[in-house]
Design a protein around this ligand. Structure first.
Ligand SMILES: O=C(O)CCC(=O)C(=O)O
Ligand SMILES: [Fe+2]
Length: 224
């Protein structure tokens, strides 16, 4: 399941964050954190370590993502990597690759889900689409600033070359409490359906039975 989540960051937060990330000195070559095969195709910059202020922003953005109700429902996060800020200036890109199955940090994270939170308005740059390359064909994503795409880390994907302006994004990886993507989607669908039912009819007998099933499926499938 691939999900786009709107309004993860509001406009004043985005403006403040873009100001913070406007300094060239913050960035290092993105190849530093790529696995040996991805390094071949990775041409971007990252503000990973940076100043104490950047560090605070990484935590703050991570919290905004973690707290988002739709992210909670879709990802069921057990662990997350620290958020990484990446910048693609004109000519930069990240060719087709698959993300490493385990990411380091203080804690290892099995990468079940990857996310990209777009930080620049799409009109301000050309190119820079995130492209997922699946057996069903390619899908291209270039979302409004503050919106995020959540996709299975098992997907082959790339970032198209930026041909004007710059692409700024916050990216990261999630280990889910529900390892199986099919099971995760069933929980997401049931939770969505019961919330819609509740909005329409309040706390009905049907709502209670779906809630019971949802809770019992979680007992079967959740690993903590
Ligand atoms: O910036 C993006 O949208 C994705 C970046 C990416 O694929 C990665 O860092 O592994
Ligand atoms: Fe990737």
């Amino acid at each position: 399941m691939i999900l786009c989540i709107a309004d993860v960051l509001d406009s004043p937060t985005l403006t403040a964050l873009r100001n913070e990330l406007a300094t060239d000195e913050l960035y290092v070559d993105g190849r530093k954190t790529a696995g040996w095969h991805a390094r071949e195709v990775k041409r971007n910059e990252q503000a990973d370590a940076g100043s104490a202020e950047v560090q605070r922003w990484r935590e703050r953005v991570g919290e905004c993502i973690r707290r988002h109700p739709l992210f909670q429902m879709a990802a069921r996060p057990a662990r997350m990597t620290p958020v990484r800020f990446s910048r693609y200036q004109q000519g930069m890109h990240y060719g087709n690759h698959v993300d490493d199955p385990v990411m380091g940090g203080e804690q290892s994270v099995r990468t079940d889900l990857s996310f990209t939170l777009f930080l620049e308005s799409p009109e301000t740059y050309d190119g820079g689409e995130l492209v997922t390359d699946t057996t069903a064909g390619e899908q291209r994503y270039k979302l409004p600033a503050g919106s995020m795409i959540l996709y299975p880390s098992s997907t082959l994907h790339r970032v198209e070359p930026v041909t004007r302006g710059q692409r700024l994004a916050a990216i990261g990886w999630v280990q889910s409490q529900v390892r199986d993507p099919g099971a995760r989607e069933i929980l997401f669908d049931l939770d969505t359906a019961r919330r819609q039912l509740f909005e329409r009819e309040g706390k009905s007998r049907e709502f209670d039975l779906i809630s019971k099933s949802l809770a019992n499926l979680q007992r079967l499938w959740i690993e903590i």
